[in-house]
Design a protein around this ligand. Structure first.
Ligand SMILES: *Cc1c(COP(=O)(O)O)cnc(C)c1O
Length: 375
């Protein structure tokens, strides 16, 4: 490939959204004046309300990160024994089960969405199974109806790892309303963030007190402790950043949608490159730009493309690679084998840069490089 220079500055897979600094300063002045830094202050209460409204859910509890939120979701539902989950996810999903003394049971994924394959869940159910923990990977919703039917049939709980799925809707129904509990991550790299943070959403009002206690040392009031809780509260500065994040959220999604469509158009006719199209009846949030690379049709394997892109200052990410079932700490589990689709996808997946301030000509250049790098 001739005449193509590397990008002058590194293009990373994602760029955290930064709220207007003068507005952040104003918020900080407000917080400083109040002298209230954490424990359900004014910013926290406002953010909780805003998130509940935006996600159109019944209950929201805010957390210092998504991982602890997910950990507490398992505690709140008293899960025991085995939990059926996906190997194609960020380590947090599986680790959370381990930290709760739960055994992860890996289920293979679907070819089109990379989400847990509901048709393969039932054969994994044993007398020890208490729950299913699917992930809405890259914000593409799982087959929530099929999963609910299985849960109902076997009396299982469902906790969705919706870390990627802020604002996604299925058939007009907001994503945080499916299953028993959903977890959203507000990490700096997510489409909505509080630098570090997260939330649980749930329909059952009875869970609210329990979850609030679990994230605050198990305290009921200043002298009564209900049980062994932990500390997973969201502080006021992070909450304030979250509130400001709403100002730019719709614009951010709009830009990402346009860039996603530009990627799709430019990558469409490259042999061996596959993209996920918009799904029917889904309102997407355009969180990520995953592509699959088929080595025999494209000419290079994913790892070689990944390395070559670095020479052009393009820093894509291999999400998710390796599979959680391939980490040494989980590889010996009986369910860690024969996950054929997941094992193929993890070798072919590559997430290309996607964020609102990425420029159209940068996307076009990235696509041009992907197209011609094999020559
Ligand atoms: C980001 C992420 C998490 C963890 O969230 P944190 O807020 O970083 O703790 C969990 N699951 C998935 C799929 C994620 O992408």
């Amino acid at each position: 490939m001739k005449n193509i220079k590397a990008f002058k500055n590194p293009i990373n897979v994602v760029k955290p959204i930064l709220p207007d600094l003068t507005l952040v300063t104003k918020k900080l002045e407000e917080i400083w004046a109040s002298g209230w830094l954490t424990n359900k202050g004014k910013q926290h209460e406002e953010l909780e309300k805003r998130v509940t409204e935006y996600l159109k859910v019944v209950n929201t509890s805010l957390f210092c990160n998504g991982t602890l939120a997910l950990q507490i979701a398992c505690q709140a539902l008293d899960l025991k024994g085995e939990v059926i989950t996906t190997p194609f996810t960020f380590p947090a999903t599986t680790h959370v089960l381990h930290w709760n003394n739960l055994t992860p049971v890996f289920c293979d994924i679907e070819e089109n969405t990379y989400n847990i394959d509901p048709n393969k869940i039932e054969t994994l159910i044993t007398s020890k199974t208490t729950a299913i923990m699917p992930v809405h990977v890259f914000g593409n919703p799982c087959d929530v109806e099929k999963i609910q039917k299985i849960a109902d049939k076997y009396n299982l709980k469902i906790i969705y790892d919706a870390a990627h799925a802020f604002g996604v809707e299925i058939n007009g129904k907001p994503i945080g309303n499916f299953g028993d509990i959903s977890m959203f991550s507000f990490h700096a790299t997510k489409i909505f963030h509080t630098i570090e943070g997260g939330a649980l959403t749930f329909g059952n009002n009875k869970l609210k007190n329990k979850i609030e206690q679990l994230k605050n040392f198990g305290l009921i009031d200043d002298v009564h402790v209900e049980g062994p809780g932990t500390n997973a509260k969201l502080n006021e500065v992070s909450a304030a950043v979250g509130i400001l994040m709403f100002d730019s959220l719709e614009e951010e999604k709009k830009r990402r949608k346009a860039l996603t469509n530009l990627y799709r158009k430019n990558l469409k006719n490259i042999p061996g490159i596959k993209v996920i199209p918009d799904l029917e009846k889904v309102k997407h949030n355009y969180y990520a730009m995953p592509i699959l690379i088929n080595k025999s049709k494209y000419g290079l394997n994913r790892n070689v493309l990944f390395e070559k892109l670095k020479k052009y200052n393009i820093f894509a990410r291999r999400y998710f690679y390796p599979l959680c079932s391939q980490y040494p700490c989980y590889a010996k589990l009986p369910s860690a084998k024969n996950l054929f689709i997941a094992e193929q996808i993890t070798e072919e997946i590559l997430c290309l840069p996607l964020y609102g301030s990425l420029k159209k000509d940068e996307v076009e250049k990235i696509c041009y490089i992907v197209k011609n790098i094999t020559k």
